[in-house]
Design a protein around this ligand. Structure first.
Ligand code: PMP
Length: 359
């Protein structure tokens, strides 16, 4: 068996032990004589799985009973639409911070259904940083403030989250469970699963229960948070396979010592790449130091021809997924929780080698 060095941005590398466990349980899960994909979602066996997945998220993130944990479909992209429909009442406004591609997509969706205030935009600076607290132009009457805590394409993240009186909403798709976060600071957190949680086709929503009833009656039943909360994420047939994989992934993180332990590993991995990038003028990071992501590391070489050469050689050496997003170019290594330290170490060595040969 050959496992490649996988730096894909999502779907992305999954922990080997999780895949092996899923493989071992594929034909017969827990003595039931079938896989999780063949079970009724209404069975008590599956109920135990979804309960364990929810408990895993609650334990790892410290989510109190004041919040519901929902397993929804439609990816994080559906949340761009559901969020304003549910939480921004008719005639009211919401604040959004534009930190890059994903925040912009959330904004585009919010603008369709109501007043959307751009509290700050990093566009003029090529999305090279997150704002300082005093740069945010917040509306006193805003229904909520939306941020994307880690921009997967631009490689920037909020080191500290903004203080706000309005409910704080966060898209944590590309960094959930990568560092400890005080959930109580947030009214709603959402994330597509396909980076740090499991496979694609599933989104996690952590929502303060008192907000669930805000949705006006004009919101379609399926698009209301209250519908999914009332039915324990089983209003319709959920992504049973995805939920099972989240359960296994949570168990894996717990076995490593939890989120604080994995943060240490993540910082070490990111540090190894930033060290090479900063070590000479050969590479450069387009991101200001205070805003650098520890999940998506982006960098450039002197010109595109050299970048092409780097990518071609990297591919040849067994490194996958390093091409920057098509909208920005350059190089990007996505080093989510499941990307082994050894893969990052191998990439750092390959970079040094490439630099030496070119130099
Ligand atoms: N937000 C962020 C930060 C993302 O990285 C992505 C996907 N790359 C999305 C939202 C959209 O997620 P999905 O494809 O699950 O809809």
């Amino acid at each position: 068996m050959m496992r490649i060095h996988n730096f894909n941005a999502g779907p992305a590398a999954m922990p080997l032990s999780v895949l092996e466990r899923a493989q071992s349980e594929l034909l017969d899960l827990g003595g039931f004589g079938m896989s999780v994909m063949e079970m009724s979602h209404r069975s008590k066996e599956f109920q135990a799985i979804i309960d364990a997945a929810e408990k895993g998220i609650r334990r790892l993130m410290g989510v109190s009973d004041e919040y519901a944990v929902l397993f929804l479909q439609g990816g994080a992209s559906l949340q761009f639409a559901m969020l304003p429909l549910n939480l921004r009442r008719p005639g009211k406004s919401a604040d959004y911070v534009d930190t890059g591609s994903w925040a912009s997509k959330a904004i585009k969706e919010a603008k369709i259904t109501g007043n959307t205030n751009i509290a700050w935009s990093g566009k003029a600076e090529n999305y090279s940083r997150v704002p300082k607290p005093n740069e945010l132009k917040l509306l006193p009457e805003a229904e909520y403030l939306h941020i994307c805590t880690n921009e997967t394409i631009g490689g920037i993240r909020w080191m500290q989250f903004p203080e706000t009186d309005a409910p704080l909403i966060a898209d944590m798709s590309s960094e959930i469970l990568s560092r400890p976060v005080d959930v109580n600071k947030f009214a709603l957190i959402y994330a597509g699963a396909q980076k740090n949680l499991g496979p694609s086709g599933l989104a996690i929503v952590i929502i303060r229960k008192d907000l669930v009833e805000r949705a006006p009656e004009t919101v379609p039943i399926f698009l209301r948070y209250s519908t999914h909360m009332a039915d324990g994420s089983m209003y319709n047939t959920p992504n049973t396979w995805g939920i099972y994989m989240v359960k296994l992934t949570c168990e894996w993180i717990e076995s490593l010592g939890g989120v604080a332990a994995i943060q240490k590993i993540n910082e070490k991995k990111a540090g190894m790449l930033y060290e090479v990038i900063d070590s000479s003028g050969f590479w450069h990071s387009p991101v200001e130091k205070d805003s650098r992501s520890i999940m998506n590391i982006v960098w450039r070489l002197q010109n595109e021809a050299l970048e092409e050469q780097f990518l071609a050689q990297a591919k040849h050496m067994g490194f996958v997924g390093l091409k920057g997003h098509r909208s920005v170019g350059g190089i990007r290594a996505s080093i989510y929780n499941a990307v082994p330290l050894e893969s990052v170490d191998a990439l750092a060595s390959f970079m040094k080698d490439f630099e030496r040969k070119q130099g």
